[in-house]
Design a protein around this ligand. Structure first.
Ligand SMILES: CC(C)(COP(=O)(O)OP(=O)(O)OC[C@H]1O[C@@H](n2cnc3c(N)ncnc32)[C@H](O)[C@@H]1OP(=O)(O)O)[C@@H](O)C(=O)NCCC(=O)NCCSC(=O)C[C@H](O)C(=O)O
Ligand code: MG
Length: 274
């Protein structure tokens, strides 16, 4: 599975943004039907998202964030995507593992599901949600809704959200899912964005959700393996491939102890770099 590094949200009601998204290098364009679309525009946005997915032309993969099942729009959003070449469906505010089955029953075979974790109840149920199986392939933290529902105060480095950044990565890793970091709301704060992308990578996230085209490059810089990481991983692979490493579980590489678990990690990093 290709894990996206950059997931660019755009309101499906914004035709110009859809056109623009087709020209951009984001790994995944997420046509939003939920919070970026006003209630009176929901039906129009749904039709626009379906038409855009059908027409294609995106450089990367394409997703639709539907309204939650249980809202007055959720069922119709999913029905409108039936038979269309959508790569991912993003499900907002998932709070119960049973919901994953409900999405599964309404999704075409082969379409991947990304569950958004953005409420206190979701945090409490995260292990069960992540382990629900079916089409679920990723967890995405919804930091705006989460901060609002937790009542956290403003903080430069996301101090109050740190336990939940880590918990999301833990739940994703425990069940073999991709972990996607939340959005950065600043539109003209490249340093803040770079710092937050780096923080997400440090916590173990695979990619970041974005809100503006000018955020794509920072996500790619943070979530792609660096030349140093590639060189280090290649050195580990080469060292274990050497005849003298035959039958050894632990060796010395560049002055450090390296075990076979590091070999697996190095191989995964090289695969991601390719
Ligand atoms: C935030 C914005 C409303 C800002 O829009 P605007 O001021 O119009 O941006 P610019 O003038 O700088 O735009 C320059 C050009 O780029 C295009 N554009 C802008 N944003 C996007 C985008 N997201 N995707 C594609 N293209 C975009 C403009 O059309 C201009 O194009 P052109 O005229 O051809 O030069 C706007 O950026 C925006 O709507 N962003 C997305 C908002 C969104 O989808 N929000 C929902 C998800 S975020 C969230 O809440 C996650 C989660 O649920 C949580 O709880 O945390
Ligand atoms: Mg949200």
């Amino acid at each position: 599975m290709e894990v996206p590094r950059s997931l660019l949200f755009l309101p499906a009601s914004n035709a110009r943004a859809i056109e623009k998204a087709r020209t951009l290098g984001c790994d995944l364009a997420v046509l939003d039907l939920e919070d970026a679309v006003a209630p009176e525009m929901k039906a129009e946005a749904r039709a626009a998202a379906a038409a855009a997915v059908k027409a294609g032309g995106f450089r990367g993969a394409v997703a639709v964030r539907v309204n939650a099942l249980g809202t007055e729009w959720g069922e119709a959003d999913l029905a409108a995507l039936e038979g269309l070449p959508v790569d991912w469906i993003v499900a907002p505010k998932v709070e119960e593992p049973g919901l994953i089955d409900a999405y599964d029953a309404r999704m075409d075979e082969g379409v991947r599901l990304c569950a958004m974790i953005e409420t206190p109840l979701a945090l409490m149920h995260m292990n069960a949600i992540a382990g629900a199986g079916g089409p679920l392939r990723a967890l995405m933290l919804g930091v705006n809704d989460l901060a609002a529902s937790l009542g956290t105060g403003p903080s430069k480095d996301r101090e109050p959200l740190k336990p939940w950044l880590a918990a999301t990565v833990v739940a994703a890793r425990a069940h073999g899912l991709a972990a996607i970091d939340g959005v950065f709301n600043g539109l003209s704060d490249p340093e803040g964005l770079a710092a937050e992308c780096a923080q997400g990578r440090l916590y173990g996230f695979d990619g970041k959700s974005l809100i503006h085209p000018n955020q794509i490059e920072a996500a790619h810089a943070a979530f792609s393996p660096t030349p140093d990481e590639i060189a280090e991983a290649q050195a580990i692979v080469d060292a274990f491939a050497a005849p003298e490493a035959d039958g050894l579980g632990v060796i010395r590489v560049a002055g450090a102890m390296v075990e076979r678990l590091h070999l697996l990690r190095a191989e995964a990093l090289l695969a991601r770099a390719r």
